[in-house]
Ligand binder design. Structure first.
Ligand code: DAS
Length: 326
């Protein structure tokens, strides 16, 4: 069997982290470089050849355009390389869903692109990083993985980037997919897909840009002071994502502030602070000019809104179509 040729792009995180003792909980992310990491992988006997590149070596709480720009460029180079069958990105788990979704929206769906992390550092009892990586290799080596957008492999599951989110702070089973759940199950020796690819050979939905427009997330809570909303939502940002209560609800007094801001040209998207928070349009959205985030959580809704604004989209109806897309 010919070995798959996988490009591995390392950004840091717990998967490359070291605690210094198998019994310690605290650890430092991004301590193992890609050369050392791939030397540890060699012992697993995986059916793949690796070309490793170090993009960064940091905790993902610090990931932003300084990582995204070289990462996006390196993935495009790998996708264009006939000697590359698939791409794996090793990444911290804290903002993994945001990097995965940004890439999902700004890359073509021609070859597998898989993000993977770990919940325990490399010297922990029960380190999950090698298993997650071996699973990611199985997915990135499978031609059936293309045409599904960017994928995330964690805890023996395969998630679509649009669906995945971190739901636990401390568990090797920390990720869920919503609304689709996982789109496949994977172990180092088996891979089962649920359903066929749905974006085969699709071009990138948006251009990648470094300087995305400023969009804030407004977290709604009981007894919220409308003046707080007025202070947070100035007119210097181009958009606001509301992490609303329930199905994207907010106090009338705060809604009035946001209607004012909408009239001043600020784009308003209603999402939910609820984990599996589906937010559909409500009748008032039309006159208010608001957009419903549908199944996207606030942090992902923010990324999609930034890309729409960067593309010059201002009409709520056009924005809504992008939020309705799968
Ligand atoms: N260190 C955090 C991060 O880099 C957690 C992790 O990697 O899992 O996201």
């Amino acid at each position: 069997m010919t070995k798959a040729r996988i490009t591995v792009l390392a950004t840091g995180g717990t998967i490359a982290g070291i605690a210094g003792s198998a019994l310690r909980h605290d650890y430092r992310p991004g301590q193992i470089d890609i050369v050392e990491y791939l030397s540890r992988v060699e012992g697993l006997g995986l059916e793949a050849e690796f070309a490793g590149h170090q993009i960064a070596n940091i905790g993902s709480e610090d990931v932003g355009p300084k990582v995204w720009a070289p990462l996006h460029e390196a993935i495009l180079t790998a996708l264009a390389d006939p000697e590359c069958d698939g791409v794996i990105v090793t990444h911290g788990t804290d903002t993994l869903e945001e990097t995965a979704f940004l890439l999902d929206l700004t890359l073509p769906c021609t070859k597998p692109v898989v993000l993977v992390g770990a919940m325990r550092p490399a010297d922990a009892v029960g380190y999950d990083g090698l298993r997650n990586f071996a699973n990611a290799v199985r997915v990135a080596s499978d031609a059936e993985a293309a045409g599904r957008g960017v994928l995330v492999v964690m805890g023996d599951r395969v998630f679509a980037a649009r669906d995945v989110r971190k739901v636990r702070t401390r568990s090797t089973d920390a990720f869920r997919g919503y609304p689709r759940g996982s789109i496949g199950l994977v172990t180092p020796s088996a891979l089962d897909w649920f359903g066929a690819p749905w974006r085969t050979d699709e071009v990138a939905r948006f251009a990648y840009r470094d300087n995305l427009p400023l969009v804030v997330i407004l977290y709604v809570h009981a007894n919220m002071d409308p003046d707080l909303a007025r202070r947070i939502v100035g007119t210097d940002q181009r958009g606001v994502v509301i992490a609303g209560v329930g199905e994207g609800n907010l106090p009338d007094s705060v809604r009035e502030v946001l209607i004012e801001r909408r009239k001043a040209g600020v784009a308003i998207v209603r999402a939910s602070r609820v984990d599996e928070g589906l937010v559909d349009r409500e009748p008032e959205d039309d006159p208010n000019g608001f957009v419903a985030a549908r199944a996207l959580n606030p942090q992902k809704a923010r990324i999609l809104l930034q890309l729409l604004l960067a593309d010059g989209v201002s009409e709520p109806a056009v924005m809504q179509r992008a939020f309705d897309e799968r």
